[in-house]
Design a protein around this ligand. Structure first.
Ligand SMILES: [Zn+2]
Length: 176
């Protein structure tokens, strides 16, 4: 059901003494998408787009892995964690996360769409997908919750005129 209820905003606590924002005991930071996109563009310019992709991918992965681990420790099932994290993505302003086919979760290939990526919007025009931080965030979510390494590629991006960003996650075969 679609509502405007946003538990993150409702439970965000401001600590005036330290200038900190806290949600569920975790510090958060409000930042304009343009700031992150500028970091990405400078890295692209100085070190190449592959380096920028890797840095943003790993950063996204790190953030969601931490949250997924905390949710699993709280006793939620992987499925409940997944739903909570998809909702939280929107609550944090990262776009609207959707699984077009829930049945694919846990299989070799999973497709995710994100509507309204703030990164695609802030980037401007580009030929290639630019939401590497979202790719990494999704890889972190699925790898942490499903206990296997998932590699995520953005196969369609709103930056190049698509209606939304489309991500394909592929399970990496385990070596043992
Ligand atoms: Zn995108």
């Amino acid at each position: 059901m679609e509502t405007n209820h946003n538990p993150v905003l409702e439970n965000l606590r401001y600590k005036s003494a330290s200038g900190a924002l806290d949600f569920s005991g975790i510090r958060y930071l409000l930042i304009r998408p343009e700031t992150l996109v500028e970091i990405q563009k400078v890295i692209e310019e100085k070190f190449g787009s592959e380096a920028a992709h890797e840095i943003f991918y790993q950063s996204g992965f790190r953030g969601t892995s931490l949250t997924a681990g905390k949710l699993l420790d709280s006793g939620l099932t992987p499925r409940e964690c997944l739903e909570a994290m998809f909702r939280m993505g929107a609550h944090l302003g990262w776009g609207k996360f959707e699984l077009p086919n829930m049945e694919t979760v846990g299989k070799e290939n999973i497709e995710v769409t994100i509507h309204g990526s703030p990164f695609a919007r802030a980037y401007g025009a580009a030929e290639q997908p630019v939401c590497a931080i979202l790719s990494g965030a999704l890889a972190g979510i699925f790898s942490s919750l499903l206990g296997a390494v998932y590699i995520c590629n953005e196969v369609g991006c709103a930056v190049s005129g698509d209606a939304s960003c489309t991500f394909r996650l592929v399970k990496r075969p385990s070596n043992d």
